[in-house]
Design a protein around this ligand. Structure first.
Ligand code: 26R
Length: 822
């Protein structure tokens, strides 16, 4: 929902309109009379691209000419979402475009709905990479983002009879107009086979890898436009194809048709994004994906380096920084070693010196089941030479620094080893990252402390200075300026027009937080956003919700540690109390959920079903007079987040303390004036440090309390001691919410009582309920609420991803920004 207020230059509108019409006719091949919405969108993109590609060339020429140091951000996921409105915003052309389309009788928001989300990521980690690309471009840092050109992004979620059904997401079925293919930069990647030991004439041993197949990597470039567009960053995504050598045996045998079948194997590699975001399945194809994109990216980096430095690698580490976004790209470490030793002829020592100065690693999760460990046998089959190098790295590490620090201590060696011994020997990817990297960082203060003290305590003894923190951030261009135009205008008025480049400027709103006039304006903006969301909810869920009600929102991946079921238990208790006393004076509330579950995560899917079942019952119960509504918005994704977040009153951030590394939606909600109802976990701690604990609703056990309680925790104690809690937990066992299907929700009760309630839902229930009661009370005091919402929004300056990126640039990459010459 976008307001048309500011005045726009008439001549610019006319020129833009002519450009769109020209593209409609000459690029798309249609006319204004018969163009579909999709065609209009394509013509709009073609118009925007005229601006972008010129700037991209300028950026690349400047960097090439100055031979600048650059960062290479390796990530298996980039959750870009839609690009049209964001690019128009960053080019400061949005208002012009909107007016131009209006003259054709078109609504720009309506046209931009044609764009499929680029959903090449699961959640937090992937969206963070996308925000970082925006900030890298905006802050003019030389960089390349490297990832995988998945044919299918994260699955599209449908809800049928309350249950999640996964459907393929073909985001570029009809072509993506933002991307350009770069055939001149294609790479060939070897795979499989065996290693042959050879003895050189001087008696030294060397290894020769004879791969069994070859895969082609085709790069697709997506330009990322910085705000007020001086530099354009580049996101390079690799698509796998078959090579003629893919399996030469089949060809040699004259098996032309069989070879076509073989072809699909190579093309499988970039077919689909793995939808797991917490449990490592150890699938061979996934390791192949990781290796494939890392190998392509490193060859690309080496090719560019050698253009100016030829075969002199002495400056490699001073020109190139590589950031590993979690352990997914870890295989890049042995691959760089291999390229330098086997292909460039460097010694092991020279290669290690370069490699260990080039890499840095960001950890995004402490969940043990999410830490990647690959069976050695998979390495033997796919990457035998890399395995050999990993053994060598490990041997030198254990017999060097570890032996020096803990002489003769085998227990220490087995703890710190890259290889986990056992029935199935495994490669611990995180250990390889820590041993190799210059810096290891967590993503919020508390998380970084836990990474250092609980996850890698022994490494921290060895290298205390390796560990650091960079608190996450989000781009205010997408998460305020593009998605909340009303709030953006308010900031233009009170903070001047530069706040999107310096979010600390928003603090200016604080001094108006007591003024009725500004409170009214702030809450009017929120109300308009809620009206728009209510319309979307009606369309997507068929449920009528009242924009005057309190909008309480929890949108994120579904996981037990995020505790959507704690929220659900509270809703059930609220419903129960309303049934007991339908006339009680409570604030009307709408509980809004959005969440995808990993397809094999049964309990997560059961929780989705439970939310839908409870919602169905509550929404249709006339006895409670519409005081309570529960909606589950299907297929939560970036473009929906942009509609939901600006309309939230309360942001639910209720993970068990110690489990959410940072969270990033918590920042987006606060910026847009929602109050956080949350635990002292991840970046929530830093949010309330900025906005004040009195302006949010903090509850639950702290990290220390969780650590203390966990070993002696008995959920039955809480169940038996709290009547209300017992009643709602037992309710799950009835068929009240699932008529004719008793037991349909029992797995949730069972996880809480028979499976030990691993995330302490029952322990935090009473405190959670109390926090909700405080929130309801404050919501009745309109002035108090408005003030708290304004203070939250005004104090989020440090959560701009520009701040995060500058932290990385200064403390980790030693990277300077570069102004672009036109
Ligand atoms: C190994 C594989 C199954 C896998 C595990 C975990 C794949 C993906 C993940 C997702 C994790 C790493 C993730 O997204 N973590 C989130 O990163 C965000 C950005 O730093 C944090 O804000 C968020 O708290 C964290 O859960």
């Amino acid at each position: 929902a976008v307001k048309a207020t500011s005045t726009v230059d008439k001549a610019q509108v006319k020129a833009f309109k002519e450009q769109v019409e020209k593209h409609l006719r000459t690029t798309i091949g249609t006319s204004p009379e018969k163009a579909s919405k999709l065609a209009w969108w394509q013509a709009l993109v073609a118009t925007v691209n005229e601006d972008i590609f010129g700037r991209l060339t300028d950026t690349q020429q400047t960097h090439a000419k100055n031979d600048t140091r650059a960062v290479h951000y390796l990530s298996a996921e980039f959750l870009m979402g839609r690009l049209t409105i964001n690019n128009l915003t960053n080019l400061e052309k949005f208002d012009v475009a909107r007016e131009a389309l209006k003259e054709f009788g078109l609504d720009i928001n309506d046209i931009c709905e044609e764009e499929p989300d680029m959903a090449l990521g699961n959640g937090g980690l992937g969206r963070l990479a996308a925000c970082f690309m925006d900030s890298l471009a905006t802050c003019n840092y030389p960089c390349v983002g490297y990832g995988i050109h998945y044919e299918n992004g994260l699955f599209r979620q449908e809800i049928r009879a309350g249950k999640q059904v996964e459907r393929p997401d073909s985001w570029r079925e009809y072509g993506c107009p933002w991307e350009v293919c770069r055939p001149e930069s294609v790479q060939n990647i070897p795979l499989g086979g065996y290693v042959e030991k050879q003895t050189a004439p001087d008696g030294s041993q060397c290894s020769v890898w004879h791969p069994s197949s070859m895969i082609k990597g085709v790069p697709w470039d997506i330009p990322v436009v910085g705000y007020r567009g001086s530099s354009v960053a580049i996101l390079r995504l690799w698509e796998s194809r078959s090579t003629e050598q893919f399996n030469w045996d089949v060809f040699n045998a004259g098996g032309y048709v069989d070879a076509q079948t073989e072809k699909s194997l190579a093309e499988t590699i970039s077919k689909v994004l793995y939808p797991n975001d917490s449990t490592e399945a150890g699938k061979e194809l996934r390791l192949t994906q990781q290796y494939f994109f890392c190998a392509c990216s490193l060859r690309d980096i080496l090719r560019r380096y050698k253009r100016s430095h030829h075969n002199d690698f002495s400056e490699f580490a001073s020109k190139i920084a590589i950031q590993l976004n979690d352990t997914h790209p870890t295989i890049a470490i042995p691959e760089l070693m291999r390229l330098l030793i086997d292909e460039e002829g460097l010694s092991y020592e020279q290669a290690w010196d370069i490699t260990s100065k080039s890499f840095n690693y960001t950890n995004h999760t402490l969940l043990p089941e999410a830490l990647e460990k690959w069976p050695v046998y998979i390495f033997e089959k796919l990457l035998p030479r890399h395995l050999e190098l990993i053994y060598e790295i490990n041997f030198r590490f254990l017999n060097g620094p570890v032996e020096a620090k803990w002489p003769g201590n085998n227990e220490m060696k087995s703890k710190l080893s890259i290889i986990e011994e056992g029935e199935v020997r495994k490669v611990r990817m995180a250990n390889l990252c820590v041993i190799t990297s210059e810096h290891v960082n967590g993503v919020a203060k508390i998380h970084s402390k836990l990474v250092k003290e609980d996850l890698f305590p022994d490494y921290a003894q060895l290298w205390p200075n390796k560990f650091c923190n960079v608190t996450n951030g989000v781009t205010p261009r997408r998460w305020i300026l593009s998605c909340n135009r009303g709030l953006a205008e308010l900031y233009n008025d009170v903070a001047g027009k530069d706040w999107p480049l310096d979010l600390d400027k928003c603090e200016a709103l604080k001094k108006y937080a007591d003024k009725k006039e500004y409170q009214d304006r702030f809450m009017k903006i929120k109300h308009d956003n809620k009206v728009a969301l209510a319309k979307t909810i009606k369309e997507l869920c068929g449920v009528e919700v009242d924009p005057n009600a309190l909008f309480d929102v929890q949108v994120k991946r579904l996981h037990e540690y995020k505790r959507q079921h704690l929220n659900l238990l509270y809703i059930m208790s609220l419903y129960k109390s309303l049934l007991e006393d339908p006339d009680q004076d409570i604030v009307p509330q709408v509980f809004i959920f959005g969440a995808k579950a990993a397809p094999a995560y049964t309990l997560a899917k059961d929780i989705i079903f439970a939310i839908n079942a409870v919602g169905e019952k509550i929404n249709n119960d006339l006895r409670i007079k519409g005081k309570l509504k529960v909606v589950f918005i299907p297929n939560y994704r970036v473009s929906l987040a942009e509609k939901i977040i600006p309309a939230a009153d309360i942001s639910e951030q209720i993970s068990t303390a110690g489990y959410e590394a940072s969270g990033t939606s918590n920042m987006k909600f606060s910026m847009n004036g929602a109050l956080t109802l949350g635990t002292m976990d991840g970046a929530n701690i830093e949010i309330v440090e900025q906005a004040g604990i009195e302006n949010n609703f903090i509850f639950g056990l702290s990290v220390e309390e969780v650590q203390k309680l966990k070993p002696r925790y008995n959920p039955w104690d809480y169940y038996n001691a709290d009547h209300d809690l017992k009643a709602v937990v037992d309710w799950l066992d009835s068929d009240f919410f699932t008529p004719g299907q008793p037991g349909a929700l029992s797995s949730i009760k069972s996880s809480l009582l028979n499976n030990g309630d691993p995330f302490l839902v029952l322990a935090d229930f009473a405190s959670y309920k109390a926090a909700h009661q405080r929130a309801q009370k404050m919501f009745k005091d309109k002035a108090k609420w408005a003030k708290a919402a304004m203070i939250n929004s005004a104090t989020m300056g440090i959560f701009s991803s520009d701040r995060s990126i500058k932290d990385y640039a200064t403390n980790i990459w030693t990277l300077k920004s570069q102004l672009i010459k036109k």
